[in-house]
Structure formats: C-alpha cells, structure tokens
Design a protein around this ligand. Structure first.
Ligand SMILES: [Zn+2]
Ligand SMILES: [Zn+2]
Length: 166
C-alpha cells in the first residue's frame, strides 16, 4: 500500500489516487500527534506529492499555491514547509534548494534519509537504509561527536537515465 515516489517503477495506480491516499495517511499521522494539517499545509504537501520525487523550489510552490490560495505570500509557503518538515512529511534537498514529499508512507518525524539525486533528469529517490544510518552514527561517535540528525545527498545518474544512454 505504501506509495514509492520517484522510482519510475511504472505503477499503474494514478498519481491522483496515490496523492489522495498519501494525504489521508498524513492527516492520520498529524491527528495522532495532535497537530493540525491546515488547508495551506495540506495543499503544499499535495503539490509536492503530485511531483513524485521531483524536487520543487519554494517559489514554484508559491506560484502553484496561489491557484487555490490567491493571498499566499512567501511566509505562507515557508511556514507550511517548516511544519511539514518537522512532521517528517517533506524533506528539503539542500543541494538543489528544493523540496520533496517524503516517500516513506509511515511519515516518521525526523527520520534519517538518504537521497539519490540524478544529474540527468533531476529526479530524487529517497532511500531509508538503516545500515547506512547506523554506520554514519557510529563513524560520528568514534569522533566523539553526538549526531542529532543525518541526511545524506548523493549525486549521480538514475537507472532510467543510465539505461537511456547509448
Ligand atoms: Zn522521508
Ligand atoms: Zn535520471
């Protein structure tokens, strides 16, 4: 049932129904935590989920949000993004200064994640490898460093782009 965004697996399910089910999960996760997925937050999340792993800059989100919220201003989007990131529903890809919806259907807050960023198509695939997270944690602790949160961004070529090359 968990939707995997951005992997190009050719899922037959429509994007709209994937987004609808992911939004429903997000609403349940927020309700369980006692926080509110307001209309702004929900619509920003829906815009990102519909992109299925394609990172979207904040100003593009603002332009699109104005279709349903004509009064939206930059702080509207940034506040919504801050909330969504704190809830683990959205991640920021620092390398691209853009945002993606979390591909993990469980929506853990602040979970460690690794992102594979394709230089060819710009697609981002989220991986949650506990082994990678544990290795990074250990490496940091061996330096006497206490890690709080680790996000790894890896640049390269996705499988689709690699196989499209002659
Ligand atoms: Zn995630
Ligand atoms: Zn690619």
């Amino acid at each position: 049932m968990d939707a995997t965004f951005g992997t190009g697996m050719g899922a037959v399910r429509s994007i709209a129904s994937e987004v609808a089910s992911a939004l429903a999960r997000a609403e349940r996760a927020c309700a369980a935590r006692g926080v509110r997925l307001t209309a702004n937050r929900r619509d920003v999340l829906a815009l990102l989920l519909a992109e299925r792993g394609r990172p979207v800059p904040a100003y593009t989100l603002l332009d699109r949000l104005r279709a349903s919220h004509p009064g939206a201003v930059p702080p509207t989007v940034y506040r919504a993004l801050d909330f969504l990131m704190a809830q683990g529903l959205v991640h920021k890809i620092e390398l691209l200064n853009a945002y993606v919806g979390c591909a993990d259907g469980a929506f853990h807050d602040h979970h460690p994640a690794q992102f594979l960023i394709c230089r060819g198509c710009g697609g981002v695939t989220e991986v949650e490898d506990d082994g990678v997270a544990a290795a990074l944690d250990l490496a940091a602790r061996e330096c006497g460093f206490t890690p709080a949160h680790a996000t790894v961004e890896i640049e390269g070529t996705c499988g689709t782009c690699a196989s499209a090359r002659p």
